[in-house]
Design a protein around this ligand. Sequence first.
Ligand code: ATP
Length: 451
Amino acid sequence: MEHKKESIIHIGFDDTDSLNGGCTTYLALAIIKNISNRCKFLDYPRLIRNNPNIPWKTRGNGSIGITIETERENIEFIKQEILKQIEKHHQKDENTNPGIVLIEGDIPKKVQEFAIQALVKNISIKEAEKLAEKFCLFYHSIGNGRGLIGGLAAVGNQLEPKKEDFTFELIAYRTEEFIGTKRKISEKSVYKMDQLLAPNVFNNIDSETNKVLIYPAGKDPVLFGLRGETPSVVLEAFSLVETEEPIDGYCIFRTNQGTDQHFKFADSLAENYGVFKGKIEVIEKPITIHGGHVFFKGQICDSGKEVDVAAFEPSKSFKKIINQLLSEDILMAYGGVKFKKEFKKHSIHLEKCELIFLSQHYIEEAPFCPQCSKRMTSDGYQKGYKCKKCGYKDKAMIKTQKVIERNLEKKLIIPPEQAQRHLVKPFRRYDMQMKTGFEMIEEWWKEYSKV
Ligand code: ATP
């Protein structure tokens, strides 16, 4: 049988960095640069954020998928080039376990399903290895092989227009001599850019504190990232942001950031490290613990299971609202699950929630005097009430009930931008239409020096 000359190859990789340095997206740009003369890119590199609750992540649990068309005779070259770049760029320490996968042609359904699971569950390395063995043209792992999970997930999660929501991020990189130094970016230019391009750019500025959010603090090569609805709007944003240091290069990624994609596939089972979505009834009034975190005891409406529900300190105004909940209130909760050994209980860390039922609570008070309207006092056990002002007494009088006024509304609440996880959909995106496609713009990546 004669093989077709052209072939579609899906490349996925993950776990190449650690807190000591490196960045998987930077590796993506190095790979793109080095294979670009041997293939056509059919999509932007996809920056897929997977389950944010797994304990092995470095930061945002991101993995990369690249889809190319190439002549079959180039596949070996491309494979070798990817391995070379991984070897060159990956952080060599015990917490870094790179994995890379290559899948040819249509993406098997099982890989697509695996990608959904990777968004919401804790997956074993074994499961990923079995899948890679069965469906990959080639796969390779270093260390314990954990990177295969994210690699397969990035290939399987295609963010298909009309079916899945997606956004774009332009990431600009630093030149080597600046890595590790303070990033000098004109905040004024970021405010101006946001004003000009909103609502088509998002999460540039924290709406509560006005803090600029486009740059990280770590030792990695990222100078800043600009998030938006289209490739051209993030490129325009790039032209507006002013920096005091040279830029090494940039790349536009298509991503599931800001889409709530994990909540789309979440459930109310409350499994350890899983993503939770479900109604919870408040059992006990919230308390604030050391560090300013707010906790309350709740019950999952679907199962009756008792859980602790937490809103963390950086969520500021969000946490303040949660602190005002009372027993019997019901919320639609969205968040991550952790099993707390010391309490033998699961706790749900809220990423957003909708208040759907606010219960009525009363305080009991002494009645007012029917003659002079003064508040009465008790006349002793089972003796009713007396009025100290006019002397009126009534044995039959009992306490009155007053409804406690709730300063809460039934509505959706989301922590401010700086406390949001990458996948969480910010308010600014709520009116956006589902995208029906995307255009490959010419200048979607660029390198100015050696990447
Ligand atoms: P960065 O954001 O800086 O790229 P990161 O937060 O993505 O780093 P990694 O260093 O990539 O962190 O580590 C995450 C690891 O967890 C990867 O090996 C990835 O394959 C694996 N992983 C991803 N999703 C899951 C999941 N659902 N279950 C178990 N492991 C997962």
